[in-house]
Design a protein around this ligand. Structure first.
Ligand code: LRH
Ligand code: MN
Length: 385
């Protein structure tokens, strides 16, 4: 097996439980038939994505969206389905108490509540065996003067410190940043630099999570990747794509060239191998398209970007770069990007005993028809229709 095939076979993508539930915009949520009604049904759908792609053996949970009585039992159920529970996502953005912030709220009682939720999520990690505590804060302000920017950073760090000091074993924090929304003037963790600075101050268990939809238009995300890899502070990705804001569309759909450039920095940085420790997650919402095939397609889009990145002629690129040969250097990258890697990936899947076309195989499986027939009644997961 070639090194490229070996690397592609070893690639791992983590799917998000919430992407299997209903989602939408403030204008409308279009409920879909067959949507899961429980964490177990979300996990079953994630297992189907792994069955057809072969590289998605873990599923991230979101608390309380995936709240259950017995997380050890849920973990055992996941194992039975052929997957493992992954990152545990906190949710301090949907409670009335968090209107003026969660861990940054002027009210110490509200800060206590939000911090306790993060600690509860570490308890859940102890039960599920998860390594990653994924923190995203919607915290921010809408008008200048609404609150003190400096005090909010002090409050944020105090809560992060408490969660950090609760971690054990190989557990770690993934601190996700986002430029805006729901706050529209200042967000307390708005960019990679703010996340990075808090992570450095916390310690080695704290790393940055890059959600590809969370940047100002035109941001060079692969530069952020290269920089954080150099600092060994890149812990994870929330892959999706966007044309305008945090659109949460299928990874690689809106800008496959950007995804390729990001994966090239990962390959160049020696960070593709799961042993390096980066959690490559999806974080998407499938508002109008069928959810399971959309997630399978997203995994395939990341595989294609990765295969192209692995095919870059590094020697030719390095020589051209060192020679200052701008056009040759750019051509070395573009030649790889313009390579049709679908036959290679079809071989990799066939070598793994998988159908070369996972989406077509899923459609032939009848699983979609089965869940539409079986999942009648009950409360569908996700945003209320
Ligand atoms: C915030 C975010 C975060 C999740 C949520 C579902 O926009 O990207 O990662 O908690 O989406
Ligand atoms: Mn995200």
């Amino acid at each position: 097996m070639t090194d490229v095939k070996r690397a592609l076979t070893a690639q791992r993508i983590e799917t998000p439980s919430w992407a299997f539930g209903n989602s939408g915009t403030r204008f409308k949520v279009f409920a879909q038939p067959g949507v899961p009604r429980s964490p177990e049904e979300k996990i079953a759908d994630a297992a189907v994505v792994h069955k057809f792609t072969g590289i998605a053996p873990t599923v991230a949970l979101h608390i309380p969206w995936d709240k259950v009585e017995d997380y050890a039992a849920l973990s055992a159920y996941a194992q039975d389905q052929g997957v493992k529970l992954g990152a545990i996502n906190t949710n301090v953005f949907q409670d009335d108490d968090y209107k003026l912030g969660s861990v940054t709220n002027p009210d110490p009682g509200v800060r206590r509540k939000a911090t306790d939720h993060m600690l509860e999520c570490v308890d859940i990690m102890d039960a599920t065996g998860s390594r990653d505590l994924k923190l995203w804060f919607s915290d921010g302000i809408n008008y200048p003067g609404q609150d003190d920017l400096r005090n909010r950073q002090d409050r944020l760090h105090a809560a992060l410190r408490e969660a950090y000091d609760r971690l054990t074993g190989d557990q770690r924090i993934l601190l996700e940043y986002k430029l805006f929304e729901p706050a529209f003037y200042a967000t307390d963790v708005p960019d990679w630099g703010t996340s990075y600075a808090h992570c450095v101050e916390l310690g080695e268990r704290a790393t940055v999570c890059i959600d590809t939809g969370h940047h100002a238009p035109g941001t060079n995300i692969e530069f952020i990747v290269a920089f954080l890899l150099r600092q060994r502070k890149l812990g994870a990705f929330d892959f999706n794509s966007r044309f305008y804001a945090d659109d949460d569309l299928m990874a690689g759909a809106a800008d496959p060239f950007q995804l390729f450039r990001i994966m090239y920095e990962i390959v160049r940085g020696g960070a593709l191998d799961p042993a390096y420790g980066i959690n490559f997650m999806l974080d998407q919402c499938h508002n109008i398209e069928a959810k399971i095939p959309a997630i399978i397609r997203s995994v395939m889009n990341i595989q294609e970007a990765t295969a192209k990145a692995l095919l870059v002629d590094r020697d030719a690129l390095t020589k051209a770069q060192n020679d200052g040969d701008v056009l040759e250097a750019n051509a070395a990258l573009m030649d790889a990007y313009n390579t049709d890697v679908r036959p290679l990936l079809a071989e990799v899947r066939a070598d793994a005993g998988l159908d070369p076309n996972p989406v077509a195989a899923y459609k032939r499986s009848g699983y979609q028809e089965k869940i539409v027939a079986d999942r009648v009644g009950g409360q569908q997961a996700g945003w209320g229709a």
